[in-house]
Design a protein around this ligand. Structure first.
Ligand SMILES: [Zn+2]
Length: 296
């Protein structure tokens, strides 16, 4: 099944696929292990910083190997690609077919730093290249604030509300670019904040209505209460929920604890299995919230 098939299946069934960032090899293993345990399709994704760290070719090879090893559907996404050339480099790593993908399945081009017309122009370039290879493209017009970290400063919620998605603008963007997935912004922020905003479900319903033929994603899946995530999947028919911060947090906390327990251990591969299990537990709990368990 292609990424489109999986998204259609999720949309029809009222559940979503978790898109989990792999900050390092152990988190990648944790994501695959959790998905296998839960018999769930899963998306692994790499932000520009993570791509720089791993290298594009290593990412493709690691995911290809993981698909064979774990025997579950593992979709691969370039997360928040900010340069057209970076997106094209990922597109050119291979193609997606009905018998499965040989590399990337989805390219998220994030042109939200640019004015709308420039964003449309650049997104179209990515869409043309990606669609030729059978890959899907995710687009974004509203800068979803925050980084994938634990913020200790409050968010200026009133200021942030001003940049929530305008459904009409979103419809223009989608019709002019031909993107497959739209990254909607309705109170979801990257990372966690002391004053985490509530999701705006009225706005989400209007976005859904204005984009009847487009898949929707929910970025900033960390720190949003489970009931709000479930409601968003229901109201917005969201098919992809991005999670990064909570995995990084689980990794770091578990690693710190393990190193404290074993001050004389220098072989890191002996420390990592327990760390992987800790991260996998977080991924499994997200898979339960998203409703994707048992769908394979
Ligand atoms: Zn994001």
């Amino acid at each position: 099944m292609t990424a489109r098939d999986w998204f259609l299946k999720a949309q029809t069934g009222g559940w979503a696929i978790g898109a989990f960032n792999a900050d390092n090899l152990e988190i990648l293993k944790a994501i695959c292990l959790a998905a296998k345990n839960k018999k769930s399709p899963v998306m692994v994704e790499f932000s520009p910083g993570e791509v720089d760290y791993f290298g594009l070719r290593n990412i493709v090879d690691l995911v290809k190997n993981a698909r064979e090893e774990y025997r579950i559907p593992i979709l691969l996404n370039l997360d928040h690609g900010r340069k057209v050339e970076d997106c094209l480099a990922a597109v050119n790593m291979g193609s997606s077919t009905s018998s499965g993908s040989s590399s990337f399945d989805l390219i998220h081009f994030d042109g939200s730093d640019s004015e709308l017309e420039e964003n449309i122009h650049n997104t179209k370039k990515v869409v043309e290249a990606a669609h030729t290879k059978g890959l899907l493209v995710e687009g974004e017009i509203d800068k979803i604030p925050g980084a994938s970290e634990i913020h200790d400063q409050d968010l200026d919620s009133e200021l942030v509300k001003k940049s929530y998605t305008d459904p009409q603008k979103a419809a223009k963007f989608v019709s002019e670019t031909g993107i497959d997935i739209f990254a909607a912004f309705f109170g979801n922020v990257h990372g966690t904040f002391p004053n985490q905003p509530d999701l705006d479900f009225d706005l989400l319903a209007r976005i859904r209505k204005s984009l009847p033929d487009t898949f929707l994603s929910l970025h900033g899946g960390s720190g949003i209460p489970a009931d709000q995530v479930k409601q968003a999947i229901e109201v917005g028919k969201i098919v992809k929920v991005n999670v990064n911060t909570e995995l990084r947090q689980a990794f770091r906390d578990a690693l710190t604890e393990k190193l404290g327990e074993k001050p004389n251990e220098y072989a890191m591969y002996k420390v990592m299995p327990d760390v992987i299990l800790s991260v996998a537990a977080v991924v499994e709990s997200k898979i339960d919230i998203f409703g994707s368990a048992g769908r394979v």
